[in-house]
Design a binder for this molecule. Structure first.
Ligand SMILES: NC(=O)c1ccc[n+]([C@@H]2O[C@H](COP(=O)([O-])OP(=O)(O)OC[C@H]3O[C@@H](n4cnc5c(N)ncnc54)[C@H](OP(=O)(O)O)[C@@H]3O)[C@@H](O)[C@H]2O)c1
Length: 226
């Protein structure tokens, strides 16, 4: 009976992990979310009858909430955990369309957004991993997975001059190093820590972008495109 914990299970890729993993009734799937009631309602509607899905409340920036979630997980799984999937993230809209030098014109806002990215995407996951380690070490699979991104890749950033989303990318790159540090410590105990990139998946992040059909096509734009 493999067991899974997935953070950010309320929507997007996290909810999809829950949907696919819980389709096998022999899997026990625990989702950590900020809004338990709303997620339970969504799962009751979209995945009726999945008695192997358990939803726990935890904002991952809240250390005590994470500790409670670990204790509740141990009750559900019998004290062990096979797979921990760190999927929850702060995907900043503030920095989504601007280079770091432009954002630097508003240093206070830039600093706040950088710190929020680091707090959610790095510090909280470090606490999450440390708190779940006793359960992972008792599990059979011993796999800890972080959802990373190609935006954190230095070579493609340089080669394709990807200027946007600097804070998000910096935090995800830092988390890749955190994964390396955890792996360096725990590989001798049979635990695999791994970052994976899901590629570009439409989970609604660019719904606020300008719809191309609303762009006034004038001669300037046509000349530019030409
Ligand atoms: N979509 C892509 O194209 C893409 C590409 C590369 C990497 N990724 C990575 O894949 C993962 C999932 O992406 P996504 O597009 O599904 O993201 P998403 O739609 O923005 O969902 C983010 C999830 O994280 C949760 N979350 C955010 N802050 C939290 C906090 N402080 N505590 C607990 N939960 C929190 C959200 O919960 P609420 O519902 O409560 O807000 C939501 O469930 C992320 O790590 C992202 O960086 C995605």
């Amino acid at each position: 009976m493999p067991s899974y914990v997935i953070t950010g299970a309320s929507r997007g890729l996290g909810l999809e992990f829950v949907r696919q993993l819980s389709s096998d009734p022999s899997n026990t799937v625990v989702g950590l979310v900020r809004n338990k009631t709303a997620t339970q309602q969504a799962i009751a509607q979209e995945l009726p009858g999945r008695s192997n899905v358990h939803i726990l409340q935890a904002d991952i920036t809240d250390y005590d909430a994470l500790k409670n979630a670990v204790a509740a997980t141990a009750q559900i799984t019998g004290g062990a955990l096979d797979y921990l999937i760190a999927n929850a993230a702060y995907v900043s809209e503030y920095d989504a369309y601007d280079p770091i030098g432009v954002l630097g014109n508003n240093p206070k806002e830039l600093e706040e957004d950088l710190l929020k990215s680091f707090k959610v995407n790095v510090v909280s996951n470090v606490h999450l991993f440390n708190l779940y380690m006793p359960l992972i070490l008792k599990g059979n699979a011993k796999k800890v997975i972080s959802l990373s991104t190609g935006m954190a890749d230095l070579d493609s950033t340089n080669k394709f001059e990807i200027q946007v989303a600097p804070g998000y990318a910096i935090s995800k790159a830092a988390m890749n190093v955190a994964i390396g540090k955890f792996h360096a410590q725990y590989k001798k105990e049979g635990v695999l820590f791994m970052s994976i990139s899901p590629g570009v998946s439409d989970t609604g992040h660019y719904n606020n972008g300008t719809n191309v059909s609303n762009v006034l096509i004038d001669n300037t734009l046509i000349n530019y495109l030409g």
